[in-house]
Design a protein around this ligand. Structure first.
Ligand SMILES: C[S@@+](CC[C@H](N)C(=O)[O-])C[C@H]1O[C@@H](n2cnc3c(N)ncnc32)[C@H](O)[C@@H]1O
Length: 493
């Protein structure tokens, strides 16, 4: 006879880590002022983001940067959440030091809420201070009972470190993240002057002097839910990240392969450079990222992009689908060390290990070995005339060394290294003859650290090089050339 299912005890209402359930449970639980209430919810949103950030950091596989996670639609109070996550991360070593001493143990049920404990303890000691406790839930009460001991433990730490002010406990010399906000106008949908006119309603706007269609806005301009961003008329894309597609500069009508495409910023930029004419294949291996790629393409309105969900290394260059490819953009997975400041990686617990360079070496070696294979593969497509290899890494192993490894093959296939943006002052590290043709962007110059190499097949090198010089002295002619086509399709939304 079948046994009846065991009777389950009704679950106690505990705080959960998902935003929606937390909100419902806490809505009933919160008693207090409007200010206390908003701080209470911001802490929960921050704890959810912090949990993902710390888990990703521990596995060295970030699910997204702090900013990406904060700008997810599920996060309501983005500004407060962002500030709380960053501040809690800054003070995390201090909190990890003083909380156990004060008897705040992350064991049993509290282990599940450790991120909320960190955020709340930060808020209690360094943030909102006393208002934290008002109308709080179990974590607030847990910390409130121990407040005196926690403060005592903090005071002892200050004495031990011979520091007077708690703020001095936070690491000095962290890079400041004040950079302009760059916005790329999606000329498939919109025109540059209308974008300037529209954005000038909220802030000062100027055209970038190097990358066409790129606008420079004041640092910190928040555009994530601006209508032009939401409807795909403009894309939030950094200056350095906007340079590889222009280095490749495929002509309208060409067949182009974006070998490692997601989330698709460069794919749709290629589509815009080609005036929406020709065929672009966007190849992406990762299941989740392929969805993001499709979404970006849809938002951009590009109609000449086909997504290929698969392994770039598994593509047979002689396959009729790919044998006529004329240009390849290879922007493979890399360490991302050039974007770590923008991603706020210096706030993560792993950053100290990375500074020492120990934990990272293995990973970089593995990445470089993939990058070398991928570059050799890109050069071997029979009809390919231009290949751009780019990374957002600062490591020579992922940059100059990868290019150097491909040089014998490139030479045998008649490729030359050609200088993208020849007047750009910062070039490749001088580790082989010709490395001055490579381009680096420098995080110290207020940009992400990117690396760009352009290979051009010899028979067209002379002709194409002329067209590839937008900066700075060919700029006017080049822009005129671009505007001719754009006037027709630019339209106001
Ligand atoms: C640096 S990201 C590309 C960023 C993209 N170019 C952009 O600007 O939006 C590298 C991408 O390559 C993908 N990838 C890694 N290995 C791959 C492979 N063997 N074949 C295809 N895609 C791959 C990763 O999943 C990741 O989405």
């Amino acid at each position: 006879m079948a046994r009846p299912p065991p009777k389950r005890k009704p679950k106690k209402t505990m705080m959960t880590t998902t935003t929606t359930t937390t909100k419902n449970n806490n809505n009933n639980r919160f008693r207090g002022s409007a200010e206390g209430r908003s701080a209470y919810f911001a802490r929960r949103e921050a704890a959810n983001v912090l949990k993902k950030v710390l888990q990703g950091d521990a596995r060295r596989r970030a699910v997204g940067s702090i900013k990406t996670l904060v700008y997810a639609p599920s996060v309501r109070n983005k500004k407060a959440t962002f500030a709380l996550v960053c501040e809690t991360l800054k003070y995390l070593p201090v909190l990890k030091d003083i909380l156990p001493e004060a008897g705040v143990l992350m064991t049993g049920k509290w282990k599940r809420h450790q991120e909320l404990i960190y955020v709340t303890a930060y808020d209690m000691l360094f943030g909102q201070k006393s208002s934290v406790i008002e109308g709080g839930g179990p974590v607030e009460k847990y910390l409130a009972v121990r407040e005196k001991t926690i403060l005592k433990s903090l005071a002892q730490l200050l004495v031990r470190k011979k520091i007077k002010c708690p703020e001095d406990l936070v690491l000095n010399g962290q890079p400041s993240v004040v950079r302009p906000r760059y916005v790329r106008v999606n000329t498939l949908k919109y025109d540059v002057s209308s974008a300037i006119q529209e954005l000038e309603k909220i802030c000062k706007v100027k055209k970038d002097d190097v990358v066409p269609d790129l606008l420079v806005l004041p640092a910190g301009t928040d555009l994530h839910d601006h209508p032009l961003v939401v409807n795909g008329s403009v894309f939030l894309q950094g200056k350095a990240s906007s340079m590889p597609a222009f280095a490749l500069n495929p002509e309208p009508g060409w067949k182009v392969l974006d070998a490692c495409a997601a989330p698709g910023n460069k794919t749709i930029q290629l589509a815009a450079i080609m005036d929406g004419k020709g065929e672009i294949t966007a190849c992406e291996l990762n299941d989740k990222r392929v969805l993001h790629l499709k979404d970006t393409i849809k938002r951009s309105g590009a109609s000449n992009v086909t997504v290929f969900h698969g392994d770039f290394l598994g593509i047979n260059p002689k396959d009729p689908l790919f044998s006529k490819i004329q240009a390849i953009l290879l922007d493979p997975s890399c360490s991302g060390s050039g974007t770590s400041i923008e991603r706020l990686d210096h706030l993560l617990p792993s950053s100290e290990v990375n500074d020492a360079g120990k934990a990272n070496n293995d990973r970089i070696w593995k990445l470089a070995s993939f990058q070398k294979k991928a570059l050799a593969h890109a050069l071997s497509f029979p009809a390919v005339e231009r290949v751009v290899y780019s990374t957002c890494s600062l490591h020579q192993m992922e940059n100059e060394d990868v290019v150097m490894s491909a040089l014998p093959l490139a030479t045998s296939l008649n490729f030359n290294l050609v200088s993208p943006f020849p007047k750009w002052p910062h070039r490749g590290l001088p580790v082989f003859e010709g490395s001055e043709k490579l381009l680096r962007t420098d995080p110290a110059e207020g940009m992400d650290g990117f690396f760009i190499t352009l290979f051009v097949k010899k028979r067209e090198a002379k002709k194409k090089t002329r067209q590839l010089i937008p900066y700075p002295y060919k700029m006017h002619a080049w822009l005129r050339l671009h505007k001719v086509g754009r006037k027709k399709r630019g339209r106001k939304i």
